[in-house]
Design a protein around this ligand. Structure first.
Ligand SMILES: CC(C)(COP(=O)(O)OP(=O)(O)OC[C@H]1O[C@@H](n2cnc3c(N)ncnc32)[C@H](O)[C@@H]1OP(=O)(O)O)[C@@H](O)C(=O)NCCC(=O)NCCS
Length: 208
């Protein structure tokens, strides 16, 4: 049994922190360099608001930049119940500013989870943050929530994200043809579904 750590604890060992988690508890997961932790009201800070207003970041999600107020940020953060919806900050003990965050929603009946990631802090882009943190997040979802698969929806022009998910072992499961309207130019845009299966469930996947 891993003891629950106080909020100012140093980075836990990789993967540490989930063993004594129960539904509704805040999540705290350690990776080699980062901590994934449930966001609190204090995380609705100027940096978080700036990420939503950054056109380049939002283009990755095919969303228009949004000038969000702190109240609006709080309203979305309170949706996280740490049971089926999670907002997890990616924090670094050596950085002044937060690194990014994951939004996760799960379907507890059909046992799948959908994740979305934003590495908002430019100092940390292409520094392996996603590659290091997503396996720990997925292990948590598989082992503690019992999900069978984790999916991500990525628009077809987001090559950075496509490569990142492929590198992390996700496979291109489906293409929703012309599913989206591009915020960049209004054209129709494919949406790709990437999936990672729970390791022991892999063999049960029927061929396409
Ligand atoms: C896409 C994103 C999540 C990648 O996170 P990251 O921590 O920078 O990624 P990593 O450093 O772990 O890179 C993993 C792999 O992804 C690919 N990759 C990442 N950034 C890339 C870029 N700008 N251009 C091309 N490939 C890129 C590379 O293959 C990389 O492996 P390599 O460095 O060994 O070549 C991040 O850039 C981001 O948050 N973008 C804005 C929001 C977004 O698009 N979110 C995804 C929507 S689901």
């Amino acid at each position: 049994m891993v003891a629950r750590r106080p909020s100012r604890a140093p980075v836990p060992a990789a993967g540490e922190g989930a063993a004594d988690w129960a539904p509704g508890d805040p999540v705290r997961l350690g990776t080699r360099r980062f901590v994934l932790r449930s966001m609190t009201k204090r995380d609705a800070n100027p940096e978080f608001l700036r990420w939503h207003a950054d056109p380049e970041i939002q283009l990755g999600h095919n969303l228009p930049p949004k000038r969000m107020t702190r109240q609006q940020a709080l309203a979305s953060l309170v949706r996280a119940d740490n049971r089926t919806v999670f907002y997890l900050m990616i924090a670094s003990p050596v950085a002044t500013h937060p690194v990014g965050f994951y939004a996760v929603r799960t379907d507890p009946r059909d046992l799948w989870a959908e994740i979305s990631v934003t590495i908002g802090n430019r100092d940390f882009r292409r520094r392996g943050v996603f590659s290091e943190t997503v396996p720990v997040l997925c292990t948590f979802l598989f082992s503690r929530l019992g999900v069978h698969k984790v999916i991500a929806r990525i628009h077809a022009r987001n090559t950075a994200s496509i490569r990142a998910f492929e590198k992390a072992g996700f496979v291109r499961e489906a293409v929703l043809r012309e599913q989206l309207t591009s915020v960049a130019d209004g054209s129709r845009l494919d949406q790709l579904i990437f999936a990672l299966w729970r390791p022991e469930g892999k063999r049960r996947i029927p061929p396409p």
